[in-house]
Design a protein around this ligand. Structure first.
Ligand code: SF4
Length: 137
């Protein structure tokens, strides 16, 4: 079973209340091969919500509110489900502070990308789950 970012499966769960639909991911869900989850919603954040970036090992909104607790809680909830279904692979939304893999925004809210993983992507990798973005499938 594959875990996928819910926004890629067409759920309107992104920070702006919109989806980030990806046809290939939607097809995987239709075929029963993938489970869509949104770690930020599972962590207790509302939708829509303020955009967030990682900065100095924290996760903060543009006005400086620390939402690290919600991000970590949501990532742990996804990991819990990944273990329940013996997930070995995840397809997550690129560049997100939760779901991004290998490339994330730098914390300056100026569209600059740096090497790094989102909170969920990092946790899944640490637990032996392969993480791909929608651009890599
Ligand atoms: Fe999509 Fe992940 Fe952001 Fe949720 S946390 S909206 S699944 S990129």
């Amino acid at each position: 079973m594959i875990i996928v970012s819910a926004c890629l499966a067409g759920m309107k769960c992104a920070w702006d209340g919109k989806a980030r639909s990806c046809d290939k991911v939607i097809q995987l869900v239709k075929e029963g091969k993938a489970i869509p989850l949104c770690p930020e919603q599972l962590g207790g954040l509302s939708t829509p919500r303020s955009p967030v970036e990682q900065r100095d090992k924290l996760v903060v909104t543009k006005d400086g509110t620390n939402v690290s607790l919600e991000f970590n809680r949501g990532a742990q909830e996804v990991l819990k489900l990944a273990k329940l279904v013996d997930c070995k692979k995840a397809i997550l939304k690129s560049k997100s502070p939760s779901c991004g893999s290998n490339l994330v925004y730098d914390g300056s809210f100026s569209d600059k990308l740096i090497k790094g993983d989102g909170v969920l992507a990092k946790l899944l990798k640490e637990n032996g789950i392969e993480v791909l973005t929608e651009k890599e499938i």
